[in-house]
Ligand binder design. Structure first.
Ligand code: SF4
Length: 449
């Protein structure tokens, strides 16, 4: 979500006539779009701002803005700690960043952070349309902002506000526009995509309908989404996934803990049994489903018995992969106040490595089971570690590397490969054939030799 917001910000600034700079030291305007989900966001921000201090003294006309979740939370504190910052804006007034930069150039430093979202502005699709996309063949699509849940460890509702869904027809129009621009893969984004539209209809979520509508757009061949909340994963969504060919067989279903006691303290709204039942339903309806999850180790009060319940659920869920996090308190959340129940760091570290071992084993087993299979791969470009290899993603979202070969394959091409080797975090493969080149147009340089 944060990365897509950065694309939207870049799009708004380009719309004002700015052009991307090579690096922050040569830029006239530097915008930090902060995220507080990860630990140490403030350390990273102030160290990055510190690097720019002397540059700002050398070029006083340069402007520095700070936006995003940390700005929403800390507001004036940012200018108090880094007096060379020109503008602080929040998550609810991202679209006003260009205007604030102009005002600050005339009036001096300013902090403008809205406490609540303007519903009309949040639903307005214009900022998304102006997004400067990082990849021409793949795009993110934000369908809702904010979150109505109250997970005890999470800062998102405090910094992103209540759930606001973008209009259904705007999203379909955006999908059509992306398809016309040559985008093949759309990743739908929301804090709780399953409740998309509940605020529009009053009750009935529209997520399943949205998947089906996006799936009808010619040219959009792959649809992914993140994240569905397990308590809101409805049979209609599972049916839409199963019956819409463009929707990829991939489900990221955050478990967080396998202990009902911890799930209740986390205020997640489901039990381990209900979670597993929904997962089993999804697996029975969607062929070859790739399942990943999020897990927090060491939530306050987590006992060895709780942790063993997590291991048992993880074993039963048989994940293809997982994002594992060590609990770290976020100021202002319920969990941050549970200081007396904090788990000792060495206990957390020991549990974390036991959990990783179980997860790595199941990921490896899933990947080895794909050896010899033919997979459709959307090419992303040369492998980061070896330019003689190309990398891409299968329909399940698995990372694949395969030798470049004789065909000059451009990013965005769709190819078939045979999997030769499964590793815990990726697959190795051989190219079998090329289905088609990229759908997007590539601009050729007119100045090059
Ligand atoms: S569902 Fe829970 S974890 Fe996810 S954004 Fe909302 S409050 Fe945070």
């Amino acid at each position: 979500m944060n990365e897509h917001d950065s694309e939207r910000l870049a799009g708004l600034l380009v719309g004002e006539g700015l052009v991307p700079a090579d690096d922050e030291m040569s830029a006239d305007v530097v915008v930090f779009n902060t995220c507080t989900i990860r630990e140490n966001a403030d350390l990273k921000l102030y160290s990055a701002l510190g690097h720019l201090k002397s540059e700002k003294e050398r070029r006083p006309g340069m402007q520095i803005a700070v936006g995003g979740c940390m700005a929403q939370k800390d507001r004036e504190r940012i200018i108090e700690r880094a007096g060379w910052v020109d503008v602080v804006f929040g998550t609810h007034n991202l679209a006003s960043a260009p205007a604030l930069l102009k005002r600050a150039a005339a009036e001096g430093p300013l902090v403008e952070v809205w406490d609540v979202p303007d519903h009309e502005a949040a639903r307005d699709m214009a900022p998304a349309l102006y997004a400067v996309r990082e990849l021409p063949w793949a795009a993110w699509m934000t369908i809702q902002t904010g979150c109505d849940n109250t997970c005890a460890y999470c800062i998102v509702p405090a910094v992103r506000g209540e759930e606001i869904s973008r209009p259904f027809e705007d999203l379909v129009a955006e999908g059509e526009m992306l398809a016309r621009a040559g985008v093949t893969e759309v990743t739908v984004l929301g804090q709780n995509v399953n409740s998309y539209g509940r605020d529009i209809t009053g009750r009935r979520p529209l997520f399943a309908d949205l998947l089906r509508a996006l799936g009808e757009i010619e040219g959009i061949e792959r649809i992914r989404f993140t994240s569905p909340h397990p308590k809101d994963l409805r049979p209609e969504t599972i049916a839409a996934m199963a019956e819409t060919p463009a929707v990829c067989p991939q489900l990221h279903l955050p478990l967080q803990s396998g202990s009902d006691r911890v799930l209740s303290a986390m205020r997640r709204g489901y039990s381990a049994e209900r979670y597993l039942a929904r997962l089993a339903d999804a697996r029975s309806r969607i062929e070859d489903l790739h399942v990943t999850t999020d897990l927090i180790v060491g939530f306050p009060g987590e006992t060895e018995a709780d942790f063993e319940e997590t291991l048992a659920v993880v074993a039963e869920a048989d994940y293809d992969g997982a994002y594992t996090f060590i609990f770290s308190p976020r100021e202002g959340t319920r969990a941050a106040a549970m200081v007396e129940d904090f788990v000792a760091p060495e206990t957390i570290a020991e549990r974390f490595s036991r959990l990783k071992e179980v997860l790595d084993r199941s990921a490896l087993r899933h990947h080895e089971a794909r050896e010899g299979l033919c997979e459709e791969v959307l090419v992303e470009g040369p492998s980061r570690r070896n330019d003689q290899m190309l990398s891409g993603r299968t329909r399940q979202g698995k990372l694949v590397h395969f030798p470049v070969g004789e065909h000059p394959l451009r990013p965005g091409s769709l190819v078939d490969v045979t999997v030769t080797h499964g590793a815990p975090y990726h697959l190795m493969a051989e190219l079998v054939g090329v289905r088609r080149g990229p759908r997007h147009k590539t601009r050729l340089s007119v100045t090059g030799a």
